[in-house]
Ligand binder design. Structure first.
Ligand code: DND
Ligand code: ATP
Ligand code: MG
Length: 245
């Protein structure tokens, strides 16, 4: 695990040098993936790394875990509460949509706006310090497209992209991430009671096994393949039109 940590830290430093920027910023949620990224960017840039905690009607336990993570790795911390901003923006948009409002999609639209407000906040902080924005997506989330396009997927670097969820957990143990964070259930915290595995209809263990080339039950394989296919657009640049077409 030490070699993997060193490889990522070296790569992070190289990306900052290549981009002529000065450091790195990440949003820390109290979950596993962002905890690992916070530890890694603090290792790469002890004095030029920032963790931003951005509650939006968030569970106080998660926010306490986020603080615990920052304290454990000693990274510079900022808290920017986006609850009232999210409420104002979402209600203004819904007011305009009026009778067109689609109740089935309302929760998802509300949730994706949270992820995109966090992205905008991170880029505002990044611009101020001349830093890059670091994403937290792991191999399982990236493959299944389980992220918000231009939300938590709107980042400059993806250091965990080649690690399964289990490998992220092992790295967290190696780095000294608090055990409450390592043991909790993965959640996007985009609505009350949300857990990744309930929403996806499969588990990270299944996705990890599939990505490692191991056989899994056909119903899980089908869910994973469908998610991958439907989210292809998220892993590509916007579809361009050329007059030469
Ligand atoms: N074929 C296509 N080509 C080009 N663009 C296409 C498209 N199909 C949809 N789109 C566009 O993409 C949009 C749908 O994508 P998107 O906005 O991402 O939304 P969507 O994939 O529907 O929702 C995001 C999912 O990621 C989950 N999530 C989000 C954030 C964090 C985490 C976490 O684990 O922490 C998980 C969330 O719970 C939800 O299940 C559509 O509104 C449309 O604009
Ligand atoms: N309240 C928050 N404050 C700051 N950043 C957040 C917050 N909620 C979500 N994020 C950002 O969105 C990312 C995506 O969330 P995701 O749930 O996939 O990761 P995680 O919470 O770090 O780990 P886990 O998947 O185990 O819950 C987070 O890693 C973090 O960068
Ligand atoms: Mg989470």
């Amino acid at each position: 695990m030490k070699e993997k940590v060193t490889a990522i830290v070296t790569w992070l430093r190289k990306q900052v040098a290549l981009s002529h920027t000065k450091g790195l910023v990440v949003g820390v949620s109290g979950g596993l993936d962002s905890a690992v990224v916070a530890f890694l960017i603090k290792k790469a840039f002890p004095n030029q790394s920032i963790s931003v905690i951005m509650p939006i009607k968030s569970n106080p336990v998660d926010m306490a875990h986020a603080k615990q993570v920052n304290e454990a790795c000693g990274i510079k911390e900022m808290t920017i509460d986006l609850t009232s901003i999210h409420e104002a923006m979402f209600s203004r948009i819904c007011k305009e949509l009026n009778e067109d409002i689609n109740d089935d999609n309302r929760r998802l639209a509300d949730a994706n706006l949270r992820a995109r407000l966090r992205m905008s906040t991170l880029y505002t902080v990044a611009t101020n310090y001349n830093y890059l924005v670091v994403g937290t997506d792991n191999k399982a989330e990236w493959y299944t497209g389980y992220f918000t396009k231009y939300g938590d997927g709107g980042v400059d670097l993806l250091p965990l992209i080649d690690l399964t969820k289990e490998e992220v957990r092992k790295m967290a143990e190696f780095l000294g991430v608090p055990k409450e964070v390592i043991e909790k259930e993965p959640s996007a915290d985009l609505w009350e009671g949300q857990t990744d595995e309930i929403e996806m209809g499969t588990t990270y263990d299944m996705i990890d096994a599939y990505l490692n080339g191991h056989p899994i039950p056909i119903e899980h394989e089908n869910i994973i393949k469908t998610m991958h296919k439907r989210t292809e657009h998220k892993r590509n640049i916007p579809t361009p039109f050329y007059f030469t077409e």
